[in-house]
Design a protein around this ligand. Structure first.
Ligand code: HEC
Ligand code: HEC
Ligand code: HEC
Ligand code: HEC
Length: 108
C-alpha cells in the first residue's frame, strides 16, 4: 500500500510536469520548432544558452533599444547572462533586471 501511494504521487508529478512542458512560446510554435530543436538530450533536461544561440546569434540580438539599457549586453554581465533568467519557454517570462532596477521593458 505504501508502495502504491508512492507510485501515485510519482505519476501526478509526471503529469503536472508534462502539462507545463507541452506549451511552447507562440513565436517558437509559429516558427515550426519541435521539442528537440532545443532539447538535445533524453530525458529532456535544462536547455543551455549555447542551444539558443545556435539560432539566435549575438549580432542578431543587438537591436536598437532606443536609449534604454541593453538587456542583452548590460554593464554587469555583458552578453553572458543566461537567456533563461528572462526568457522562459514553458512559463511566463520575467524581467530579471528588475530584481534591482525599475526598467520598463517586457520580455517576450
Ligand atoms: C525554444 C527552446 C525549447 C523548446 C522548443 C522546448 N523547450 Fe522544454 N525547456 C526549454 C528550457 C529553456 C527549459 C528550462 C526551464 C524553462 O525555461 O522553462 C525547458 C524545460 C523543459 C522541461 C523540464 C526539464 C527539467 O529537467 O527541468 C521539460 C520536461 C521540457 N522542457 C519539455 C519540453 C517539451 C515536451 C517540448 C515540446 C513540446 C519542449 N520542452 C520544447 C526550452 C525549450
Ligand atoms: C531551432 C532554432 C531556434 C532555437 C534553438 C531557439 N529559437 Fe528562439 N526563435 C527561433 C525562430 C525561427 C523565431 C521566430 C523568428 C524570430 O523572431 O527570430 C524565434 C523567436 C524567439 C523569440 C521572440 C522574438 C520576438 O521577436 O518576439 C525569443 C525571445 C526567442 N526566440 C528566444 C529563444 C531562447 C531563449 C532560446 C533558447 C531557450 C531559443 N529562442 C531557441 C528559432 C530558435
Ligand atoms: C535581462 C533579460 C534578458 C536576457 C537575459 C535575455 N533577453 Fe532576450 N530579450 C529581452 C527583452 C526585454 C526583449 C524584448 C526586446 C526589447 O525590449 O528590447 C528580448 C528580445 C529578444 C529577442 C527578440 C529579438 C530582439 O532582439 O528584440 C530574441 C531573439 C532574444 N531576446 C533572444 C535572447 C537570447 C538567445 C538570450 C540568451 C543568449 C537572451 N535573449 C537573453 C530580455 C532578455
Ligand atoms: C543584483 C542587482 C542588480 C541587477 C540584477 C541588475 N543591476 Fe544594474 N545596477 C545595479 C546597481 C546597484 C547599480 C548602480 C551601481 C553602479 O552604478 O555601478 C546598477 C547600475 C546599472 C546601470 C548604470 C551603470 C552605468 O555604467 O551607467 C545600468 C545601465 C544597469 N545597471 C543595467 C542593468 C541591466 C540591463 C540589468 C539586467 C540585465 C541589470 N542592470 C541588473 C544592480 C543590479
Amino acid at each position: 500500500m505504501k508502495h502504491f501511494k508512492y507510485l501515485m504521487t510519482f505519476a501526478v508529478i509526471l503529469l503536472a510536469n508534462s502539462a507545463i512542458a507541452n506549451t511552447m512560446k507562440p513565436h517558437h510554435q509559429a516558427a515550426g520548432l519541435k521539442c528537440n530543436s532545443c532539447h538535445t538530450t533524453k530525458p529532456f533536461d535544462f536547455v543551455e544558452m549555447d542551444q539558443c544561440i545556435t539560432c539566435h546569434t549575438l549580432p542578431e540580438r543587438k537591436t536598437d533599444y532606443h536609449g534604454a539599457p541593453d538587456k542583452h549586453d548590460s554593464p554587469h554581465y555583458g552578453p553572458a547572462l543566461e537567456c533563461e533568467n528572462c526568457h522562459h519557454e514553458h512559463e511566463q517570462s520575467e524581467n530579471y533586471c528588475n530584481n534591482c532596477h525599475e526598467f520598463d521593458f517586457k520580455v517576450p
